[in-house]
Write a protein that binds this ligand. Structure first.
Ligand code: SF4
Length: 375
């Protein structure tokens, strides 16, 4: 079984912190792009032995800026080229202000069974700061509409550590969640990426970086509130009701196989990682003339793949299963890393148990540091 990711790089506007491959004002390209994705999917199907798809993820960008007919067409194409089980997880990313209740109903009817809303904040001032083109009322209305049309698996993305945001403001965001009780929650700390307008404001002294102590308190609040809502932390930034973990992302974290289509989309099958051209117009042109849109390819040897499985798997709270690693690579983590694991355990960052290796709560806080040592 494998996942399939489709990248739809279109947005209503460009958020000032965003470094994703996403573009506003390309409406004239939408239909052409979807036709290119169809060609891409045909190529993918012709060159892989994978037939059965367990998870399908329409991500972006904001996929729901596209009309539902185009999104349904992509789903139909996926079903034409691959076998999508009845139990498959079919996710779409959505933003408030890009879907009506009727759109949501049609998406549900076209087979989407999981919707992930990029809400980011329920505070109007924070939404303005983030350049999000909707208000908290319309965010809540979109979530309520999704429930009303029958989405039983709703995920919400929130962002914390915003300039000027203190823990009380963050807690108010978390309180709002009680009104909708999402099945899944992703909370990401704002990271200011080079080349974005936010990076310039930081450099110009308009912003200051988030206070580390305050962030630590926000992290604790998140875990408390998520727990109060019946959501368990299963990954560094992700919480879910039991059974509602995002299967598509769990497959990434387990270093599983995934196919991909769309501009900039990355696939990885048995250690062979491929990335497609980023610009949507270039992507369309390449597929229209029958060219392969893949522009980068990398082969991970067994050792690199082993280390990647460890590092990605550690993102999950349950950690990595030692037996699975031995079965897949013939290597045990203890034998491979030796004194490094002893040192990381001594620092209280990791635990090497009989069956699993996992990060402690402190280790999750300093995950990047730990992973840099293990990769
Ligand atoms: S909606 Fe998401 S992908 Fe689009 S610009 Fe904003 S952060 Fe980037």
């Amino acid at each position: 079984m494998a996942g399939l990711y489709i990248h739809l790089p279109f947005c209503l506007s460009k958020c000032p912190y965003c470094s994703f491959v996403s573009f506003p004002r390309l409406k004239h390209l939408w239909k052409r792009y979807v036709e290119a994705v169809t060609k891409d999917l045909r190529r993918v199907a012709q060159t892989t032995e994978i037939v059965a798809i367990d998870t399908l993820f329409l991500g972006g960008g904001t996929p729901t800026v596209l009309p539902v007919e185009l999104l349904s067409a992509i789903l139909d194409t996926c079903r034409t080229f691959f076998s999508l089980e009845n139990t498959a997880e079919v996710s779409i990313e959505a933003n408030p202000g890009t879907v009506t209740k009727h759109d949501l109903l049609r998406l549900r009817r076209s087979g989407v069974n999981r919707i992930s809303f990029g809400i980011q904040s329920f505070n109007d001032n924070e939404l303005t700061l983030l350049g999000r083109p909707y208000c908290s009322d319309s965010a809540m209305a979109a979530l309520v509409a999704a429930r009303q049309v029958g989405f039983a698996n709703i995920s919400i993305d929130l962002m914390y550590g915003l300039p000027g945001q203190d823990r009380m403001a963050w807690e108010k965001n978390l309180e709002e969640l009680f009104k909708i009780r999402p099945d899944h929650l992703s909370c990401y700390q704002l990271t200011i990426e080079d080349g974005t307008p936010f990076a310039k404001r930081l450099a110009d002294g308009v912003f200051s970086s988030a206070d580390e102590e305050e962030i630590e308190k926000m992290d604790k609040l998140t875990i408390e509130w998520a727990c109060a809502m019946g959501l368990e932390q299963y990954e560094i930034s992700n919480f879910a009701r039991p059974g509602f973990e995002c299967r598509h992302n769990v497959n990434y974290w387990m270093n599983g196989n995934y196919l991909a289509a769309g501009a900039s989309a990355v696939s990885c099958i048995d250690g062979r990682r491929q990335r497609r051209v980023s610009l949507p117009l270039q992507y369309c042109r390449m597929l229209e003339r029958g060219a392969d849109p893949v522009i980068d390819e990398e082969f991970l040897d067994a050792q690199a793949s082993f280390r990647e499985s460890v590092v990605m798997g550690l993102r999950m709270v349950r950690g990595v299963c030692r037996k699975d690693l031995v079965a897949r690579y013939g290597v045990d983590v203890q034998a491979y890393y030796g004194p490094l694991l002893v040192d990381l355990q001594r620092q209280g960052l990791l635990v090497l148990g009989e069956t699993h290796l996992w990060l402690t709560a402190r280790g999750r806080r300093f995950a990047n540091r730990v992973m840099a040592e293990l990769v």
